[in-house]
Design a protein around this ligand. Structure first.
Ligand code: NAG
Ligand code: NAG
Ligand code: NAG
Ligand code: NAG
Ligand code: NAG
Ligand code: NAG
Length: 473
């Protein structure tokens, strides 16, 4: 009697608790009509799953199952139709459809219920079988390696085979087998780089899985380049296209990030490509700004990341409202140079965009055609071995035919020549002795630029045996 009361008390107590929990937690996740966590079907059978919940539902299917092979029908259900029901039908399910079916709330995807469905087929024991093209897997340092050779029946036993090497059996310490995941190598060494596959054991007929190439992930960026000068100029309304390329060691993967003034408003678009060469990888990312605005001027940075490695390059982009030519003398309109200078450069201040055509004239005709000592260096004119005849008027014509912009500037060059006395060049005749009181003319011819000023000096002849007296004005 006592026992009975105690029992019913306890029972009632628990009953109340359980009921409470049920009310509150009911459909906090969607519910499937099957209560088991897994289901085993034979190939070509029909799969039907029903899911029910309080909100709109959605499904995820195994990777091998195309969405269009699945029939999903949705309805409202429950006593007052306040529940959502969804039914999934796969009319003829196949071995490669083996995997996890998940039903979840569309707006709360982490609230989900799932069931793992095996589709057995005596012809196909691996979900990814030997007929598929090899897959590439990456070995990351200090991370487990998964060889995803899942099987179509829960009880298949397998081993992992390294091509041209030995096979490995699960040891449940470092080599873990799971029919839903394949092999997991907890701490892989470099032995696990190479070609692998899985193979069934026990049966007389051995089935093999797809091939898996295991590569070692490396993060080695060699070089990053932007195909543009450090100061890029462009006109408003033009298109800006930048190509950021990175070379890296084989098996490296990289990510690109662009930073630029219009990024926050997505002014540009990017795309990425990979080119594999014999000895290295080339990646490039193209940034396109279709129509430049004034606000697009500034710094454009391309950042290339691989694991914890990072490199970047930037360019400074200037955007002009309109084309222009700005031409000014650097130091006045008259220039002076000494004859005999090795070289002289005439360089006015010139800023222009787009790059104009520049022609130099001397006294009205093209300078370079006049004298081989004249040549252009950038937009400047350089005169080699400056001579007196180089004096004159130099005109620089700057033009941008396309935008009908023209500017010219004329500068005067004065060439200074040091004075020379003509008579010094010829051997002077000693005038000899002349009669006292006679009239004598002495000639002095000189040349120089500017014209020299001539001054005569006289000093007495030295007395015999005595040094000459100092000259006097
Ligand atoms: C797998 O093995 C278990 C126990 O050994 C057995 O009960 C079950 O029927 C087997 N399943 C299949 C699909 O063979
Ligand atoms: C950079 O590469 C892009 C894409 O090929 C090209 O459109 C652009 O003209 C290049 N820029 C320069 C300065 O070469
Ligand atoms: C970007 O630059 C790389 C390296 O110079 C080149 O191989 C690639 O073809 C360029 N891409 C485009 C679209 O021009
Ligand atoms: C690239 O970025 C993605 C997402 O941020 C990240 O998962 C991936 O590891 C990155 N890859 C490399 C090679 O750094
Ligand atoms: C970019 O160029 C502009 C104009 O030449 C200059 O004012 C600006 O300081 C430069 N910015 C950077 C980040 O180099
Ligand atoms: C230089 O410009 C002026 C006006 O700007 C023009 O009259 C003159 O003809 C130009 N000279 C040459 C050589 O083009």
């Amino acid at each position: 009697m006592m026992n009975f009361i105690l029992f019913s008390l306890l029972f009632g107590f628990y009953g109340v608790l359980a009921k409470d929990k049920d009310q509150k937690g009911r459909f906090s996740v969607p519910l499937l009509d099957v209560k088991t966590r897994q289901q085993v079907l034979d190939a070509n059978q029909m799969l039907t799953l029903n899911c029910r919940g309080r909100w709109q539902l959605s499904w995820t299917f195994p990777a091998g199952l195309d969405r269009d092979q699945v029939d999903v029908s949705e309805s409202r259900c429950g006593r007052t139709s306040k529940h959502y029901c969804s039914q999934v039908k796969v009319s003829s399910i196949q071995a490669q459809h083996t995997g996890l079916f998940r039903c979840r709330y569309q707006d709360k995807p982490h609230k989900q219920t799932s069931i793992y469905v095996y589709v057995t087929d005596s012809q196909q024991l691996f979900v990814e079988d030997a007929n598929m093209s090899p897959d590439v897997l990456y070995l990351k340092e200090k991370e487990p390696l998964v060889i995803p050779c899942r099987v179509t029946s829960p009880n298949v036993t397998t081993e992992l085979v390294k091509y041209r090497s030995h096979s490995l059996s699960p040891d449940q310490r470092n080599i873990i087998w799971n029919s839903r995941r394949g092999f997991t190598i907890r701490s892989p060494t470099f032995f696990y780089i190479g070609l692998f596959f899985c193979q069934t054991t026990g049966d007389i007929v051995r089935h093999q899985s797809r091939r898996y190439f295991v590569h070692r992930i490396v993060n080695k960026i060699k070089d990053v380049r932007l195909n543009s000068s450090e100061h890029t100029q462009a006109l408003k309304g033009q298109r800006l296209v930048l190509n950021c390329s990175a070379t890296a060691e084989l098996n490296t993967r990289v990510n690109f990030t662009w930073d630029y003034p219009g990024k926050s408003i997505s002014a540009g678009s990017t795309f990425k490509r990979l080119v594999k060469h014999q000895t290295e990888m080339l990646f490039y990312s193209i940034l396109t700004i279709p129509k430049l605005q004034r606000s697009d001027r500034g710094r454009y940075t391309c950042r290339v990341k691989s694991g914890d490695q990072s490199q970047h390059k930037h360019v400074n982009v200037t955007v002009y409202d309109r084309p222009f030519i700005n031409l000014k003398p650097r130091n006045g309109l008259v220039m002076m140079v000494q004859a005999g200078e090795k070289s002289y450069k005439i360089s006015p201040k010139l800023r222009a965009f787009p790059a104009p055509k520049v022609i130099w004239l001397k006294d009205g005709t093209v300078a370079a055609e006049q004298c081989s000592r004249y040549h252009m260096s950038g937009n400047s004119l350089v005169i080699r071995d400056v001579a007196e005849e180089d004096a004159g008027k130099y005109t620089v014509l700057v033009r941008n035919q396309e935008h009908r912009l023209y500017q010219n500037l004329t500068l005067t060059l004065v060439v200074n020549v040091s004075p020379k006395i003509g008579e010094k060049a010829v051997l002077l005749q000693d005038p000899g002795s002349v009669p006292r009181g006679s009239r004598q003319a002495l000639r002095c011819t000189s040349h120089g630029v500017p014209p020299p000023h001539i001054q005569w000096l006289w000093h007495p002849c030295p007395s015999k045996g005595l040094p000459a007296a100092p000259p006097q004005a």
